[in-house]
Write a protein that binds this ligand. Structure first.
Ligand code: CA
Length: 646
């Protein structure tokens, strides 16, 4: 029996690579009227049969097994002049004298817990209206809210239909209100009300950590543990045993998001898998994974294995998968988990293919430019981490951890301080954050590459972070607004964890990936609490103002030249912004923005002329009826101000 080391040696052979690289776009199963074809890439198999089942329950026996025919370049083929839509299937492979059972790596849907693929004619699994589904028009600024399907709609107070709580179908409702009566918006209705334009869905592909047969539907996980990359997760479906339901209901959810006015971004985890019992490993031992020279699995993901995107057929698999989700589910963008483990080549190829098909920049692509540990590449290729930003296409963005940490302190260290909660000597970092870190020699090509945020699913919520650093609640609430005021006035794309606009807390939990739903769920009662209503208004006004400020939302390569006259002193940062725009003129030609984290007022001299006060921590709607100021301006303690000049 071959070891991981033996396999690595075979796959490293250039002749083997050339003979077995397959470019065709027909891998996986296709069903249509009068024809079913199944194609599997496994050059190392000596024999492959396909097994057919009446249902997706992993315990039933096949009603038919049929041999597959070996074709060129390691592809095995099977076809029948009949539409087998609705039939479940898997493969038996003989590899190196051993029998392997495998789900199709390209399976479009799966039975319970992803143990078996489903032959599916996607044209027959459409919710009503799907053929007319289109994304809403783009707005000046992209404002992304990150949600987890179950967290978002599990709380009964959210007003979602009882049987859809925590499910795909909850996202088909754009009119939910608190406890089902009155005016207080919840769910998508709430996100719309504060000005969110893009919803980022935490993993919705099939993952392994939640038992889809869990009777009380109480199990919870974020889902960063992929099993079947091209199939939707079953625990969000109304019936996990029916592989059609998850496809149709996810499509309905995306259509619901589009109709409610949101573009949809899919969180994808092509850097590791739940474990090695999956269609990738079982059809091609150790081809899809990185191994060390000693034959151990590389573990740069911190999750036990790393996907080897530097191998040509792995890259093809990832690119095919992204294009599949875009085509079949109308995804408007992708967020790459641990993008720093994926090769630059793979990311650039994804960007190129999406641009070619849908227009330049139409689909968003961004990711985490880091890894969780050291990885072992199988071929020497650069990885899409922060140090290689210069090699990445300018249409690939990154989560800007320097901006995040500069504003409120290190995400990895709960007590770590940032600008708002008292770190000394980092005013220059805030100044850089404002310009999306676009300085001489900066690898970032434009603010389009930079995601600005102070909370995401990882680490502590903004409230919990500030609770750890700032015992006084009044001070903490002011720091909270200042944090948001800063990232919403930096160039780049604003991003937030859902619930940030109503002081979301996880009780201090800095890694709630498998914590109970009670820790993770959004508590919709909170939106009606005093303080939270004010905070929602604060976001609403500031986002609405930002949509009118080209000086801040400009994503061009020269946007940073709009920022001028930057100055600072301990605890205070100020600058001016050229806010002119020929195509979409704003009411204000220039902006002055000042952040004061000191717990005392701060007075400064305005540049010559009359200035209108557009927003402060206390009121972000001043721009609707602005008062005019000139000369000296007094900013409050722990406060910020945006002033505009006509
Ligand atoms: Ca699953």
């Amino acid at each position: 029996m071959k070891s991981a080391k033996d396999w690595a040696k075979i796959y490293a052979n250039e002749k083997w690579q050339q003979e077995n690289y397959y470019v065709g776009n027909d891998l996986g199963a296709q069903c249509k009227i009068g024809l079913t074809t199944i194609n599997l890439w496994s050059p190392v198999a000596d024999e492959v049969t396909v097994n057919f089942f009446k249902d997706g329950n992993p315990d039933t026996r096949p009603y038919w097994t049929s041999p597959m025919r070996r074709d060129k370049r390691g592809v095995w083929r099977w076809s029948l002049p009949e539409n087998m839509h609705g039939t479940y299937y898997d493969f038996t492979l003989v590899i190196d004298g051993e029998k392997h059972f495998a789900v199709d790596p390209y399976a479009k849907s799966v039975g319970v817990n992803g143990k078996r693929g489903l032959l599916i004619d996607m044209s027959l699994v459409r919710p009503d209206g799907w053929s007319e589904d289109i994304a809403p028009a783009r707005t000046n600024e992209t404002v992304i809210d990150e949600i987890h399907l179950k967290e978002f709609s599990y709380d009964p107070a959210g007003g979602f239909p009882e049987n859809e709580r925590g499910k795909y179908l909850a996202l088909t409702h754009a009119d939910t209100v608190l406890n089902g009566a009155g005016q207080t918006p919840t769910g998508l209705n709430y996100l719309k009300s504060i000005g969110i334009t893009h919803v980022q869905l935490m993993p919705i592909y099939d993952y392994g950590s939640v038992n889809e047969l869990d009777k009380d539907q109480h199990e919870f996980n974020w889902g960063y543990d992929p099993v079947n990359y091209n199939a939707p997760e079953g625990s969000y479906s109304s019936d996990a045993s029916d592989g059609m339901a998850r496809v149709k209901e996810l499509r309905a959810a995306i259509m619901g998001l589009h109709r409610a006015g949101f573009r949809v971004i899919m969180d994808v985890v092509y850097n590791h898998t739940y474990n090695l019992d999956n269609g990738l490993q079982n059809t091609m031992p150790y081809y899809y994974y990185r191994t060390t020279p000693d034959g151990y699995l590389s573990n740069g993901s911190g999750c036990g294995n790393d996907i080897a995107s530097e191998r040509s057929m792995v890259q093809k698999y990832i690119v095919d998968s992204v294009l599949y989700w875009t085509r079949m589910y109308h995804m408007d963008g992708f967020r790459f988990d641990l993008m720093g483990l994926i090769t630059v080549d793979t990311m650039n190829e994804i960007r190129r293919r999406l641009d070619n098909k849908y227009g330049k920049g139409e689909k968003l692509v961004y990711g985490e430019p880091w890894t969780a540990g050291q990885t072992t590449l199988m071929l020497d290729k650069p990885l899409a981490d922060k140090s290689n930003m210069g090699l990445l296409d300018d249409g690939i963005g990154i989560f800007e951890d320097d901006t995040r940490d500069s504003i409120k302190g290190s995400a990895g260290d709960a007590g770590g301080l940032g600008f708002v909660n008292g770190a000394d000597g980092i005013e220059w970092k805030i100044q850089n954050s404002v310009k999306a870190w676009r300085n001489d020699g900066s690898p970032f090509k434009s603010p389009a590459c930079v995601i600005n945020y102070v909370s995401a699913h990882d680490n502590q919520t903004l409230w919990d972070k500030l609770t750890a650093t700032t015992p006084d609640e009044g001070t903490r609430r002011r720091q909270y607004r200042l944090s948001v005021g800063i990232y919403l006035t930096c160039q780049g794309r604003p991003f937030m964890l859902s619930g940030e606009s109503f002081y979301r807390t996880k009780g201090g939990n800095g890694n709630s990936h498998d914590a109970p739903i009670e820790i993770n769920e959004l508590r919709w009662e909170d939106v009606a609490k005093k303080g939270c209503e004010d905070l929602a208004n604060f976001y609403r006004g500031l986002i609405a103002l930002r949509q009118q400020l080209p000086g801040l939302y400009d994503k061009g390569g020269f946007a940073h030249t709009r920022i001028g006259s930057q100055w600072s002193q301990p605890g205070v940062v100020g600058f001016m912004v050229d806010n002119t725009d020929d195509e979409q003129p704003s009411l204000w030609k220039f902006l002055t923005i000042v952040y004061n984290r000191k717990n005392e007022p701060f007075e400064f001299e305005l540049a010559e002329g009359e200035w209108q006060v557009l927003a402060t921590s206390a009121d972000t709607y001043l721009w609707r009826h602005p008062e005019t100021e000139s000369g000296q301006y007094e900013l409050g303690p722990i406060d910020f101000v945006i002033l505009g000049q006509k």
